[in-house]
Design a protein around this ligand. Structure first.
Ligand SMILES: N[C@@H](CCC(=O)N[C@@H](CS)C(=O)NCC(=O)O)C(=O)O
Length: 204
């Protein structure tokens, strides 16, 4: 078994979380390196794309969270084998990356600038992406692909949970429910899945 080392911020969320959950589901041990922000800033200049997560497999570093989701998803049985279902899974993974870039662009802002940017985000890109994800669920039923839990569900769940949490100032917590009600049901379904509950009960 290779040595896996996953480096990310010390958050139970974000881009590394679906990868951590998939490792757990696969029963694969990994070194879960959780960086305080100052430690990230110190190493940032040495990271290939100046960002995390970074997955090292026997010391060989790999970037791109969606590539990691697919790789560990395959090891865990959480990635579809059927090419069309894999396409649906990838579509959801890619959509979340797109919308994360819009959210991240507002993270360094403050006061009125933040308020204006977040209101614009909520009414604009967030609504577009949430509605799109809702529409994709209408195609797939309860899950984004393969009629079962995949890494796509873990990634979308991370976003929905963040938006529902109220941690993003000026993003109304009822936005998801208003524009994408299927995503709220989806988040409840995913949070109750044994793959997810098993991961968090072992984290405690
Ligand atoms: N496409 C990359 C994006 C990675 C990314 O933007 N990571 C963020 C954290 S979630 C980061 O390291 N930001 C710090 C920075 O850009 O300085 C991926 O999916 O892994």
């Amino acid at each position: 078994m290779p040595h896996y080392k996953l480096t990310y911020f010390d958050l139970d969320g974000g881009r590394a979380e679906p990868v951590r959950i998939a490792f757990h589901a696969a029963g694969i041990e990994f070194e879960d390196v959780r960086l305080p922000f100052p430690a990230f800033m110190e190493m940032r200049g040495n990271l290939r794309f100046r960002c995390v997560p970074v997955l090292e497999i026997d010391g060989i570093a790999v970037t791109q969270s969606n590539a990691m989701c697919r790789y560990v998803g395959k090891l865990a049985g959480l990635y579809p084998e059927n090419p069309v279902e894999a396409l649906y899974c990838d579509e959801a993974l890619g959509a979340i990356e797109d919308v994360l870039h819009h959210i991240v662009a507002t993270l360094g802002m403050k006061d009125d600038e933040l308020k204006v940017a977040r209101q614009k985000l909520a009414e604009g890109w967030l609504t577009i992406y949430l509605k799109g994800l809702n529409e994709m669920l209408e195609r797939g039923g309860d899950y984004f692909a393969d009629g079962r839990l995949t890494v796509a569900d873990l990634k979308v769940f991370g976003l929905t949970k963040w938006l529902l949490s109220g941690d993003l100032d000026h993003i109304p917590t009822d936005l998801v429910g208003n524009v994408a009600p299927r995503l709220v049901e989806h988040a409840s379904r995913v949070s109750a899945d044994p793959v997810v509950t098993g991961y968090y009960s072992d984290r405690k």
